[in-house]
Design a protein around this ligand. Structure first.
Ligand SMILES: [Zn+2]
Length: 419
């Protein structure tokens, strides 16, 4: 008959150690298997610092680790670690292949939970494998820390710098790699100040920063300052996605202002603006059905919102140019028109675009080296992760979750056959 020991040796072989005994306990509520491990009699213990075989020193009290459950039966390892006398590191605890530091889960268990936490929410993972949310979080955190320590940051040519509004804590700063073929989250920090971005760039290190050829960002002043100082050798491009969102914001501001004005005056035209927020923000060709009809009626009206929308829509043409000269003339003409529009939010955007004209025109100097959707795509994925996240009330948990899902981090080598 197949023994449990055979299964353990298949799933998680541990060189230098022996599965001595396994006991099945069932108190009616939770069934569990307790596995007792002992050291191999003929193999000397190893130092946990340098992995060299050393003479034994003494033995510590027994510890317990939770291991991946089998058929929903919880599984625990029990072992009393020895201490060794290492000529280099002194008296230290021995190396145990299933253990990392003082953690109460085996490495195999942590890798297993982290793998599932990528496919399901952390809460679902915790429920499915009968562990606490905290255990799932610790497992993902362990995987992420390992990945951050071992990731390779060579060949980063294009950086995207983005901010994200996050709960009550305010803003986060995100640094992405946006090269074709390698798009990932490189760094995340709290707030969106100069100090935040500076810390992020320092973390990536001077070798990475000196290799950067393109930086893509929003018109946020603290970012512009830091980029101008620290990544001045790269071509700085103002991101198309961010410019579009400023234009959309302005159209919406005009609509809201006009709607409350018309409502206050008791005008029936106010109804034309009702529930038009999304149709006005989308590309016209993406608005379908009745909303499209209402949008068309609105656009051909004499309302201020219509003029704002037309200005926004006209700006799309800007991105179709190939020459910097032509694009620059278009931008001038557009800004002039916006300044005469008598629409303060549109004038504000025009002033902003004028102020940053050289950086905006760098888009055409980059000549297709940057994909317009890269920052937007990562930004959307981040929003999905933060929205799906249960219990990410602390920055630490959010940080771990984002690196886990978007950092493309390397994974620790497998010492087991669970996943
Ligand atoms: Zn040692």
């Amino acid at each position: 008959m197949l023994t449990f020991k055979t299964l353990l040796n298949h799933a998680q072989p541990i060189p230098g150690f022996v599965y001595e005994q396994a006991e099945f306990l069932n108190d009616g509520k939770d069934a569990r298997i307790d596995v007792v491990i002992r050291a191999h009699a003929q193999i000397r213990p190893k130092c946990s610092e340098c992995q060299r075989a050393c003479p034994g020193y003494d033995r510590l009290p027994a510890r317990c680790w939770s291991q991946v459950s089998t058929w929903k039966i919880l599984c625990f390892y029990h072992y009393a670690p020895r201490r060794v006398d290492c000529p280099e590191h002194g008296i230290v605890v021995e190396q145990m292949p299933w253990n990392d530091g003082k953690r109460r889960m085996t490495i195999g268990m942590m890798a297993f939970l982290a793998m599932w936490a990528r496919r399901m929410s952390w809460l679902e993972t915790a429920r499915a494998f009968k562990v606490s949310w905290e255990s799932v979080f610790r497992s993902v955190e362990w995987t992420v820390r390992w990945g951050l320590k071992h990731r390779v940051l060579e060949g980063v040519k294009a950086l995207g710098i983005d901010d994200l509004h996050w709960g009550r804590a305010g803003f986060l700063t995100l640094i992405y790699q946006i090269d074709d073929g390698s798009r990932r989250l490189l760094w995340i920090g709290q707030k969106r100040t100069q100090a935040t971005l500076m810390t992020g760039l320092d973390t990536l290190g001077p070798a990475v920063i000196s290799g950067v050829e393109y930086v893509c960002s929003d018109m946020w002043r603290p970012y512009l300052n830091v980029i101008g100082k620290r990544i001045a050798h790269a071509l700085h491009v103002l991101d198309r996605f961010h410019i579009a969102s400023h234009l959309n914001g302005a159209v919406d501001e005009v609509r809201r202002g006009e709607m409350s004005r018309l409502n206050a005056a008791g005008k029936t035209t106010a109804s034309m603006l009702k529930k038009m927020r999304w149709p006005l923000l989308k590309n016209r060709c993406r608005v379908l059905g009745r909303a499209r009809k209402r949008l068309n009626t609105l656009i051909f009206s004499k309302l201020a919102t219509a003029r704002a929308w037309i200005l926004k829509d006209t700006f799309q043409h800007f991105w179709t140019y190939h020459s910097v000269g032509h694009a620059s003339r278009f931008l001038d003409a557009w800004c002039q028109r916006a300044m005469r529009s008598r629409l303060p939010p549109m004038k504000k955007v025009a002033r902003m675009l004028r102020r940053h004209q050289p950086l905006i025109l760098n888009w055409f100097r980059a000549k297709g080296a940057l994909s317009s959707g890269a920052v937007e795509g990562l930004n959307n994925k981040i929003r999905v992760t933060t929205r799906r996240a249960y219990g990410f009330r602390t920055f630490n948990a959010l940080e771990v979750a984002l690196y886990h899902s978007l950092g493309k981090l390397p994974e620790p080598p497998r010492t087991h056959r669970f996943c």
